[in-house]
Design a protein. Sequence first.
Length: 386
Amino acid sequence: MKAPRLCILSRGPQLYSTRRLVDEADAAGMIVEIVDPLETSLVLDDKQGQVIHQGWPLDVDAVIPRIGYSVTTEGVRVVRQFERMGVYVANGADAIMRSRDKLTASQILSQKGIAVPKTALVTSWRDVERGISRVGGVPCIVKTSQGTQGDGVYLVRSIRHAKELVYRLLAERNTVLVQEYIKESHGKDIRVIVVGGKVVAAMRRVSNGREFRSNYHLGGRVETIDLPDEYAKVAIDAAAHLGIEVGGVDLLEGRMGPILLEVNSSPGLEGIEKASGVNVAGHIIEMITKRHKIQSINLEEVVRRRSGFGTVRVLLNVWPQYIGRSISEVIPPESFVVTIVRGKENIWSPDRNLLLQPNDQIVLYGPIESIRAHIEGKDDASAAMS
């Protein structure tokens, strides 16, 4: 059996995290190549395309993206091309983009019922006071929507300071967020490493001196922690909702339980390995050796391959005439129900005799225009049903 070929996309071959991944991959018998994403060229054609590095097409079985914020756009292009080629990527392009935008990530996670700090998007310094009032007043956090290792995050204690700060950040063309200050978690947070849907390590990070940010790279110290099950579940769910297979999930210790701060798609390994004593890099490589042969896939891309077909969501509170009827009475020909969203639960591949309830959401797959005509009562089948 030939050795698996692994590509680590990284601009820092000397960095601790990159070196640890290389060491563990070597120990697992993999052939490893570190590739700077800015030194690649992409070939798009009617086949799968290619990623070119130093004049030669890269032929690999798996990719670990270690892409810094400053090269997100360029790095994601390369990741997406590998995905198009059918190569397993530990974190896909869409997952990276979702996690990199703090507002987008918060929107997705709060919709899924995960507690996040109250947040307001501010597009003008004139809106600062209203935004602050919506998140609980000062002190509050002002932050840019994109940034890492504590960069672009500020604790402000007056509305005047907040306005001045927001004005400057907007002038620098940043997307600015005003966020609730979680007083009980001042200067500390919990970093959880999730790999392949499992928690493999965790630590508490504590800030240094008067610094309120607890990032390891800002001089904060790390502590071992016995992670409560409630925190582990939130971390696993957050990573799953964003599509992150390898991630660092940052949680605040709120009065009512864990509060999700952010999910990092390229977490540093030095602090967590030293604090926990866990071989995190080894867990990542072990996951890749198993998953590169049987890969996850973006279902949305698959369902759109057939022209005119796709998925449609029907909200029963908009179409109350279907409440109390069975699925078989409601769905149009040539379509099927993927799932029923009922409250916080999903009923996958439901029985055709299942009765629909108020506030149900039906997710259908089939010919889109036919589904819409049927639901709107504009085809023969729905007319006969009514």
